[in-house]
Structures are given as C-alpha cells and as structure tokens.
Design a protein around this ligand. Structure first.
Ligand code: PEP
Ligand code: MG
Length: 592
C-alpha cells in the first residue's frame, strides 16, 4: 500500500513478495476489466445446447468471482463497500435477463457471447432512458456484469493489453495463470499484483516466462495510474513509484553488483552440482512450456525434473488430445536425450484452470476434485495421457509421475490404468519403454506419513513442497493475507520431508524435491543435508542453487539439517540456513 509519511507526503516504496527475479524500470499499465472484444460466429442448431451449457458455466464462474471480490472487500473495507456488488449479483440472477440471452442464442444460432453483449446493451439502453436515478445508475452494473460473463466465456485477458506497443509493467489486482500465460514478453517487462504468493501458479508462470514479478502488494492497482514510472525489484519484492534520480542511481549500482555475481555463476554453468566433499546432486529444471527447452540448456540443468503437463491445456485454453500430447512429450524427450524428462500427469484444479469457467465450482478447490482425483475420475482421458507419455518414452529418457497422491490406492489404480494403456499400445505394435519409471509427488501430509507403503509401488518420489507446506500448515498457498504463516522450514514440514526421504531410501528409491523451496539457495543446502538426491527448480534458479551446493560440504549440510530438525520454529531453522550460507557463499544472499 502506498502509505503517507508524518508530513502527509506520498511514500513511494511499496513492499510485496518478489516471485520472479529481475529489476525493471518503466511505465505502468494498469490492467482493468474494461472493453471486451466479441467475435461473432454462426452455429449449427445441434451446437446450441452446448452453447447454453457454456453460458451456465460462465454465469456460475462470474457469480463465484463476484462473491469472492465482495468477501475480500468486506474483510478489508467493511460491509458497506462490499454491498456495491450486490447490484451486479442481482443482474446475474435476473432470470428474464438470462432467458433473453438463451432465446437470442437459439433464434439467431449465434455464439452466446454475442447474445450476452446484445441483450445487456438493450437492457442498458432502456435503463439509461428512465427517469428514476437509481435505475439509471444500474446501467454500469449491467455493462460490467456482461463484460465479466464474456471474459469468462472467452477466457480473454483484458483486450486493452493487446493494444500496447511498447514495454510496460502491468499492474493488476490479480492475474489468473491463464491470464499470465497470455502476457506478451515484447510488451510486458514485469508485473505487479495486489494478491498472490511465491507458489501461486501465476508466480510459476512468471518464472517460466522470465518476467520479473512482485505480488502481494495489497492495493497497488488502486494506487498507481497508467503512465506512472515505477522501478520494480523482483528479487527483493519492492516497487518504487516515480523513483528519484538518487534511487535510480542506487539501483543502477545494485544491478551492476548483481550482474557481476551472475557472471560468476555463469562460470560454473558446465560444472556438476557437487558439494566440495564430492557428493553429487542431480539438479534439473521445472518447466511449463516447450519453449523453455532453451532455458534448460542455457542455465545448465540436467534435464527436466518436472514438466507441468497441465500447462499444455492452459496455454491452448482447451483439452489437448493424445496425439498432440505425444508430439509435445516426444519433442521434450528427444531434445533432452540422454537427460531425463519427468512428465507429471495432469494437475488441474486448485488455482489452475484452462478455462476461467472451470473455476469456482467447488467451495474448497484445493481440497476438492483436483489433480490425480480428476484424472482417476476420467480414466479414458487419463489413459490417453499415459499412452502419449509411453509413446514419447520410445524416443528418449522419459519418466512419469502422479501428482497429489493421498493414499496408496490411488497409486494402485493409476498403475492399473498404466498397465491397460501399455497393453493397448502393444496390441497396436506401438513402441514404448516397457520399464518406464513411475514416481509420485509427495505433497500431501498423508502421503508423506505413509511414504513407506507407497514406496513399494513406485520408482521415485518427488517432494512437492509448495503443496506439502500448504496442506501441513493449513495455509492457502495463494492467499497473501496468510503468507506470513507459509514457512518451508516449519518443524512439521521438515519432519515430513525427512520421513519421506528416509522411507524412500529404505525401499531403495531416489527422492527429489521439485517445490519452490528447492530453488531457494538458502534452503537448498538444508534439503541436501536431509538427504535428497535431486533438486528440480525453475531454469534461471539453477546456477544459484548449483553455487550453493558447490559451496557447502555435505558434512556442513548434514550438521545444518540435524540442528534444523531440532528447532522449535520455522524462523529459527531459517536463521540457521542463512548463517550457513552467509559463511560459505555470502554473495548468494545478495540475490535472494
Ligand atoms: C508442488 O506442489 O510443490 C509442486 C511442485 O507442484 P505445483 O507447484 O505445480 O503444485
Ligand atoms: Mg503441487
């Protein structure tokens, strides 16, 4: 929040959470939900029912979003302000309004976006012509609701963004991963949002796109205006509005120092991730898009430890069939060969949807039908994905892993479907690797606590600390209001990590970490000390983490882990991590 100092002057430093590194300076573009573009399409009569179903989905999603905004406003500004959106909800719940949209869609055989736009415009015109002040004021509500519904139908990000011709720092209340996926790097040099957290999938996207980003800036989108100049530091999570020449100079010097350190990191690009006492760690990359293959090579990662396959769907905004998936996975496998690519099966749900209208169907989406649960409830589709992975396995070093496992039955069910998928390919003489390695993500406490049982049925574990932390501490990973509770070094989290690693090793399987915790050079040595075999991080974090591994001996890391496991609080354990890194590689602290 831009605060005011004791003399009333506008303070220009705003602190949030840096989620994607880099310092950028430039004009702001405030993203609001203004005009939306509607493309008109003629439909066949047999397509109309599907079109009406899309409308119902979009209405549900819009209602959910409006309620969420109202709750947020209610919490922050009091009930009076929140009730502003009551009128929006009334428009949405007006059956006559909805019936008219359905009637136009049926009569004109048009896409439903057109009907929403036309019916809303007619309503708005009638309201505008009335004498009653209250009703006249409802014109804006009708138009705003129609805009929201259309955006939910098209999955469209603010179309004004499309008009940008030069680089801007985009400031918004929030960005969905699907919105972030559509940001163009040629016109977006960074982004800053009121909401969000380091492990939200919007932050994951920012890192994938290598766009510097700061989130959790509370109400920044209401405090800056399009055209303001801001300096944004994605490492430290700071935004400076209209920076002074002194501040620019200071930051220039800092940027120089960081460049120097980064050049030093370049020198170890082709060196192994090995501790000074000779202990080797596999250091691989997390990616969401095939375009990131260049970054995997550029930053010296050993293959891909996590390919978030759901982003194939998010980027295309639609379901992706088996053949198309097989092409994508084969591209990864052949490009990385002989290094591995671990393809995670679909992890949709939570805060990840490929259409906005998928959102808000559940009261607790992170505890709902997401991820492996969704896959197991759609076995044909799941098998299609498995066949695509298997096809790619004939062309390179492919492994597959299941996300969000919470009990061994899910593993057994998934493995049974995998056996069927293999048999189907055999019958068609399609080649694949019979010994495809299969692992699970350990990201639910129940899975960590039963890791010994699960380990019997898989070839490896990958700890998804982003979710493991949220489920262990009961802290929503995307809610900035509880971000202070989100502690990777919380004693309970460290115990679950240790338990998982020990259970895996006892059963002779390797254990990695692919959550954001692994990408923090301050915490990576702790994970090494706890015994992990592999760390998988965003490509640009690879050099930093490698430097940390190469600077701190296994013996020091083990001592750190032993002490950290005895700490009573996450803060205490984090302090130990920082001290260890400060002694061995102080320059790293400059970058985080
Ligand atoms: C995790 O949960 O730690 C993880 C790597 O998966 P995602 O961030 O995609 O949920
Ligand atoms: Mg996860």
């Amino acid at each position: 929040m831009a605060e005011r100092g004791h003399n009333g002057a506008r303070k220009t430093h705003v602190r949030g959470i840096g989620v994607s590194p880099g310092v950028v300076i430039g004009p702001v573009f405030v993203l609001t939900s203004q005009a939306v573009t509607v493309v008109e399409t003629s439909l066949r009569p047999d397509e109309i029912d599907h079109e009406i179903a899309r409308l119902e989905d979009a209405l549900i999603a819009t209602r959910g979003q409006l309620k969420a905004i109202m709750e947020d406003l209610g919490a922050r500004a009091g009930v009076r302000d929140a009730s502003i959106l009551d009128a929006h909800l009334m428009v949405l719940d007006d059956r006559a309004f909805v019936d008219e949209i359905i009637a136009q869609t049926r009569n004109d055989c048009c896409n439903v976006e057109v009907a929403v736009r036309d019916v809303a415009e007619n309503y708005a015109k009638v309201l505008a012509s009335l004498k009653d002040d209250y009703l006249r004021e409802r014109v804006a509500d009708v138009r705003d609701v129609a805009r929201r519904v259309i955006r939910n139908l098209t999955g469209d990000i603010d179309s004004a963004l499309a008009t940008l011709t030069e680089k801007h720092i985009v400031v918004a209340n929030d960005l969905a991963p699907s919105d972030t996926a559509t940001l163009r790097k040629d016109v977006v040099s960074g982004f800053a949002t009121d909401l969000g957290s380091p492990t939200s999938h919007t932050a994951v996207m920012a890192r994938a796109l290598e766009i510097p980003a700061v989130v959790a800036l509370r109400d920044i989108s209401r405090h800056v205006r399009t055209g303001d100049i801001v300096l944004m530091d994605g490492n430290k999570g700071v935004l400076i509005i209209n920076p002074s020449p002194e501040e620019l100079k200071e930051y220039g010097a800092l940027a120089e120092a960081r460049k120097h350190i980064e050049q030093g990191l370049n020198r170890i690009l082709n060196e192994p991730a090995e501790t000074p006492d000779g202990h080797r760690i596999v250091l691989s990359a997390n990616i969401e898009h095939i375009d990131e293959l260049d970054a995997v090579r550029q930053y010296g990662a050993e293959g891909v430890g996590l390919f978030r396959s759901e982003y194939l769907f998010i980027f295309s905004g639609t379901m992706v069939g088996e053949a198309e998936q097989a092409v994508a996975y084969t591209t990864l496998a052949t490009a990385l060969h002989p290094d591995p690519v671990i393809i995670r099966t679909l992890d949709l749900g939570g805060d990840k949807f490929y259409r906005d209208s998928m959102a808000s169907h559940e009261d607790n989406p992170f505890l709902g039908c997401r991820s492996i649960r969704l896959s197991l409830q759609n076995p044909e589709h799941f098998k299609g994905q498995m066949r695509a992975v298997l096809r790619a396995s004939a062309t390179g070093n492919v492994k597959m892993m299941y996300p969000m496992i919470s009990n061994v039955d899910e593993v057994l069910q998934a493995n049974a479907l995998l056996a069927e998928a293999k048999q189907e390919l055999r019958e068609k003489n399609v080649p694949f690797a019979e010994d495809l390695e299969v692992g699970v993500m350990i990201e639910v406490p129940a899975a960590a606590l039963t890791a010994d049982v699960i380990a019997e049925h898989v070839d490896f574990f990958s700890l998804g600390t982003n979710d493991l932390i949220q489920y262990t501490i009961a802290v929503d990973r995307v809610n900035e209001r509880v971000a202070y509770l989100y502690e990777p070094t919380h004693p309970a989290v460290l115990k679950l990590i240790k338990m998982t690693i020990d259970a895996g090793h006892d059963k002779g399987i390797w254990v990695g970490v692919c959550g954001q915790m692994a990408a923090d050079p301050v915490m990576a040595p702790l994970l090494v000390g706890l015994g992990v075999d592999e760390l998988s991080v965003a490509p640009q974090a690879v050099p930093l983490v490698k430097d940390a591994i190469r600077s701190i001996s296994l013996e020091q890391s083990r001592t750190l882990a032993l002490l950290a496991l005895q700490c009573h609080s996450g803060t205490e354990a984090l302090r130990l991590c920082r001290e260890t890194v400060r002694e061995a590689a102080p320059e790293l602290l400059e970058l985080v």
